[in-house]
Ligand binder design. Structure first.
Ligand code: NI
Ligand code: MN
Length: 222
């Protein structure tokens, strides 16, 4: 039984194999967040943060990690910042690397974007039940085609444009990645990243199933 709950923008809570994994848990200041405070996260085992931009939840991740003793997984330089801020368990890695946390395997994959600390990344999370890709913030890039070899069940892809892929680029990403299901992220949070999800659906056609989640909604994965 796996469940994916959308927490608005790029933030998710994934329950898989008895573990709770948070992605980019931006809660304070997130206009889409169904939660009012990072303290509303009851338990967490693993926290993945794709890069240090404020809308990806570094500060809230620190607070959740301290309270829950969740293991933070981040790119080497960002991992150092988590340690500096007092996160109790931190695993660092880098692009192309894979780390294991309690039966969950997490691979750092490239993201074409910017950030202040280290480099931005996406994550592929694997468990016997599921293979999931969180793209972080990224442009379309050709090597996304290698992700097709991962036979991904679900891909969380930014579609908002301006800072990431827009719907046209994201539809091309779907062609390359070929996930069974796509959940669009990083759109509609503010004016600069408004996106037409109906048009995105049309552009993707029958290549993958598109699931639009409203903030707070969950998707049952198995
Ligand atoms: Ni960013
Ligand atoms: Mn962002």
């Amino acid at each position: 039984m796996s469940e994916l709950r959308f927490l608005g923008h790029s933030a998710f809570e994934l329950k898989i194999g008895g573990k709770t994994i948070l992605f980019d848990p931006w809660i304070n200041g997130n206009p889409q967040s169904p939660l009012t405070s990072p303290d509303d996260i009851g338990a967490a085992d693993i926290i993945l943060v794709t890069h240090d931009h404020a809308d990806h939840g570094f500060d809230d991740a620190v607070s959740i990690a301290k309270r829950t003793a969740a293991t933070v997984v981040a790119i080497a330089e960002l991992a150092d910042r988590f340690r500096d801020e007092g996160a109790p368990k931190v695993i660092s890695g880098n692009i192309g690397g894979t780390v294991g946390v309690g039966g969950i395997r997490i691979t750092f994959v490239p993201a074409i974007h910017s950030c202040g600390v280290g480099v931005p990344c996406g994550f592929v999370v694997r468990h016997p039940d599921i293979a999931l890709y969180h793209a972080g913030d990224t442009a379309l890039f050709g090597d996304m085609k290698f992700l097709a070899e991962e036979q991904l069940d679900i891909a969380l892809l930014p579609i908002g444009g301006t800072f990431t892929m827009d719907i046209r680029a994201a539809a091309k990403a779907v062609e390359r990645i070929r996930p069974k299901t796509v959940v669009p992220i990083h759109y509609g949070t503010f004016q600069a990243i408004v996106a037409d999800t109906d048009e995105f659906r049309r552009l993707v056609g029958n290549r993958s199933k598109i699931r639009i989640l409203s903030p707070g909604a969950s998707l049952s994965l198995t």
